[in-house]
Design a protein around this ligand. Structure first.
Ligand SMILES: Nc1nc2c(c(=O)[nH]1)N[C@@H](CN(C=O)c1ccc(C(=O)N[C@@H](CCC(=O)O)C(=O)O)cc1)CN2
Length: 376
């Protein structure tokens, strides 16, 4: 276990929440994600104000966007506005659709080295010609507020380890369960979908909280029978209304991560958003359910703000110092000689966090060897 505080306790057990019947975030059995997100934003604003009073500095978030995708532009605008509202300093880089891998990496490196930046995110998806894995791996692990760096994901996957940051949408799903008084420990959870952004990290977070977790995917046989056993369902398959009311055990909690546009001539935009669960059917059976929109979506940005404030606190309080972004190379490129004339890996003359990060890197590589070659 590292001495560095991990994920602001975010992956650990929650404070006690009111029982569902009297819960202020439940309207009947519908979870009000906007209200939960508003509470987290208020808490974050208070934390940022405290940091400002203590250190006369505020946390800073850098958002990198490549290209002109309309939805990505909207999310990035929402993130920058949210930063402003809670007092987090906003940094940005808007790159052309045609930006090269090296140009994006150069921008990331600049933010890695900027002491006023405590969190960095690269808006996804990236244009197809870019190597997303290499770009996410280039973000300094200590500033990886999206929680997508392989070291953070590796630590999330491992027993007895904690990431510095967990991915925002899955973290938001857990926070919704906690704040709505839905117990996780010992419960059966089924995650439908295994994306890197939501499904897999959601399963890992639920596992850390002692749920018994099953992941369903496109090759799962008799998915509905598996889902029917769940006390908690995370629907994150990217398929509109996949989870039907008849799949749901009475009283189960459904967290719907899907945001699928479907044609709707009655709407000014010509479409409406639906989730991966059939809301009207599932609502009649579930103990609690998130709507789309207004459920998980607002939590993604709220958790990003909280991760950034936690990161700012680690840096400003001096608990953490950024290590050079070239750490993985440093581990494999010996530079110094030990007492017996043996070359020492550089981790031995870097700070304690570097050793932790190096250990996690090895763990990440082992995990990748074990699981990486398999078909998704
Ligand atoms: N680097 C990242 N890229 C992406 C992430 C991420 O967490 N990090 N997640 C998604 C997009 N996303 C944030 O980036 C995001 C998605 C949805 C919402 C949201 O508030 N949705 C609203 C509906 C908004 C609408 O009307 O369109 C809701 O569900 O209520 C916020 C952020 C992919 N990329």
């Amino acid at each position: 276990m590292s001495s560095i505080p991990a994920a602001g306790g975010s992956t650990g057990a929650p404070a006690t929440a009111p029982a569902p019947a009297s819960n202020p975030f439940l309207k009947g059995n519908v979870i009000d994600g906007k209200a939960v997100a508003a509470q987290i934003r208020e808490e974050t604003a208070a934390k940022v104000a405290k940091l400002k009073a203590q250190y006369n500095r505020v946390p800073g978030l850098a958002v990198v966007i490549v290209g002109v995708r309309k939805d990505s532009q909207t999310y990035v605008r929402m993130k920058r506005k949210a930063c402003e509202e809670v007092g987090i300093a906003s940094f940005g880089a808007d790159l052309l659709e045609t930006a090269t891998q090296e140009e994006v990496l150069e921008v990331v490196r600049g933010f890695n080295e900027n002491p006023d930046v405590h969190g960095i995110l690269v808006q996804l998806p990236l244009p197809k010609h870019l190597d997303e894995q290499a770009i996410l791996g280039a973000v300094s692990v200590e500033k990886d507020v999206d929680g997508f760096h392989p070291l953070n994901i590796g630590r999330l996957a491992m027993k007895g380890r904690e990431p510095l940051f967990a991915p925002c949408t899955p973290l938001g799903c857990i926070e919704l369960l906690d704040r709505c008084g839905v117990a996780i420990k010992g419960k059966r959870a089924v995650v439908v979908g295994r994306s890197n952004i939501v499904g897999m990290p959601a399963a890992m977070l639920l596992n850390k909280r002692d749920a018994t977790v099953t992941i369903c995917h496109s090759a799962t046989k008799d998915m509905e029978a598996i889902v029917r056993q769940a006390d908690i369902i995370i629907a994150a398959a990217g398929q509109p209304q996949l989870v039907r009311g008849s799949w749901v055990k009475p009283g189960a909690a459904i967290i719907d991560v899907g945001t699928n546009p479907v044609d709707d001539a009655t709407k000014a935009a010509g479409y409406r958003l639906v989730g991966d669960a059939h809301f009207d059917e599932c609502k009649t059976v579930a103990g609690a359910i998130t709507p789309v929109p207004g459920g998980v979506g607002p939590m993604t940005i709220a958790m990003l703000l909280r991760n950034t404030a936690d990161s700012g606190e680690r840096f400003l309080s001096g608990k953490l110092q950024a290590t050079p972004p070239t750490l993985p190379k440093a581990v494999v490129q010996p530079k110094k000689r030990g007492p017996l004339g043996k070359l020492l890996p550089r981790e031995e003359h870097l700070g304690p966090w570097s050793v932790v990060a190096a250990g996690s890197l090895v763990a990440g590589v082992v995990l990748q060897r074990a699981f990486g070659g398999r078909r998704q």
